[in-house]
Design a protein around this ligand. Sequence first.
Ligand code: FDA
Length: 310
Amino acid sequence: MPVLREALLKISRSKVMKSTVTHAPVTRRVVDRYVAGETTDDALRATRALADAGLTVTIDHLGEDTTKREQAGATTDAYLDLLARLSEAGLAATAEVSVKLSAIGQLLGAHGEKIATENAQLICEAALEVGTTVTVDMEDHTTTDSTLGIVAELRRDYPWVGAVLQAYLFRTEADCEALAGAGSRVRLCKGAYAEPESVAHTDPAEIDRAYVRCLKILMSGDGYPMVATHDPRLVEIAVALAEREHRAKDSFELQMLYGIRPSEQARLAWLGHRVRVYVPYGTDWYGYLVRRLAEKPSNMRFFAHSLISR
Ligand code: FDA
């Protein structure tokens, strides 16, 4: 993994850097590129604009690595409010939600998994009531088994719950095989965390090759692949594999992040593909923002500015 990217990903969990960057005057402009805003109204406004452009949406209420039970409850409540507001606004058929289990309690000690499962069940029930779905984001490799276990449990009552698999992990081809069954919604991404060489590919070309191997498994399976990448070559390969497998255009979807390659999102939708945009909102944007900056090292100047302009 390039040194700069690794260093950035490490500080994505630093509390000191979080405070420095969050309060730097130069920050707002960069945040606005990647985050739809701080309030539910902001998320709804962005969703409406994307829906008008023929795109679908998955909304993330920002937050992760929660260490307090009340905070996990507050994040769960924010999702329940968001789902009710989506329904009121007539947007529940357009937008689902994406949830990080670490934001709703997964890391809260011995009872963390139970708390996260119960909170995720509340969110799934609310999604069911308004007629939409939930996808469970994937975080660093120390949580993969726990997250997939919770997804399996949620799927007993809510079989439409989406899982996320990260192509950079060595284990992921086997996970794709296990999750390629009928009706299984699986988002495949490259992976956004700083992972050790013992568990993950770190060479970008190796990650791309692993992504293609995973795509082949998902596209030839009976599930619903959600191809989450901005990489033009991988999007092209995904579409070609879908055609080779005689998949209808509504049997898979392409996903990209808010603010990244928006004209390509619109072009792919115009070609008749299902395109979903991941829309993050909220005040706790630091970790999300740093992962986006790590993907685009030309954004590094921002960090230097935020440190010296304090
Ligand atoms: P890559 O990083 O190679 O980028 C390809 C091209 O896209 C770049 O050359 C550039 O043009 C553009 N690009 C990419 N990132 C950019 C950026 N930040 N700013 C500007 N341009 C950029 N990860 C994870 O670990 N768990 C998860 O749950 C999710 N969920 C998720 C949902 C969705 C819908 C997407 C699209 C991605 C995720 N990810 C994720 C993030 C994913 O793992 C990965 O880190 C990013 O998508 C970047 O990888 P790409 O596949 O886009 O390729």
